[in-house]
Design a protein around this ligand. Structure first.
Ligand SMILES: Nc1ncnc2c1ncn2[C@@H]1O[C@H](COP(=O)(O)OP(=O)(O)OP(=O)(O)O)[C@@H](O)[C@H]1O
Ligand SMILES: [Mg+2]
Length: 123
């Protein structure tokens, strides 16, 4: 939806390729702004998003080389502390979705709830 993400120095630029990409960019920007500091510590910071979500600027993180362990994933979901009724917990354990930023592990892609309720899109 937004690949390839272009990393320039301290910034990662996400360019939406389609409507889902734009929804994902907007979702991450809004989520990052609206959550409390405990949750925010798990999210790679979004610095800016264009009005319709075509472009988003995130801080650049160092991607993980291996998938996180079950323990690590359980730890982050516990810290997130999902409350029934709100959007689902926004991240998955795959390595490409996480990175190191300022000494902590943060989610780079936390946009799944932005479109999981959509109709399936073929190809
Ligand atoms: N802030 C960041 N710093 C460094 N790399 C990043 C950052 N954000 C994303 N990336 C890299 O770019 C990839 C794609 O970003 P992201 O998952 O957010 O977009 P996507 O639209 O879901 O694309 P994909 O379908 O490839 O997962 C990530 O898996 C990660 O490797
Ligand atoms: Mg992704």
């Amino acid at each position: 939806m937004r690949s390839p993400v272009i990393v320039v120095g301290r910034f990662a630029l996400k360019f939406a390729r389609n409507a889902r990409g734009r929804a994902s960019n907007l979702y991450e920007a809004t989520l990052y702004r609206s959550v409390n500091s405990t949750r925010r510590a798990l999210l790679c910071p979004v610095l800016w998003v264009s009005r319709r979500g075509t472009v988003q600027i995130m801080r650049a993180a160092k991607p993980l080389s291996d998938m996180m362990s079950l323990d690590e994933y359980m730890h982050v979901t516990e810290v997130w502390d999902y409350v029934p009724g709100e959007d689902s917990c926004p991240f998955e354990p795959k390595a490409s979705d996480w990175g190191w930023f300022e000494g902590r592990m943060v989610a780079l892609d936390y946009s799944t709830p932005a479109w999981e309720a959509d109709e399936p899109i073929s190809a």
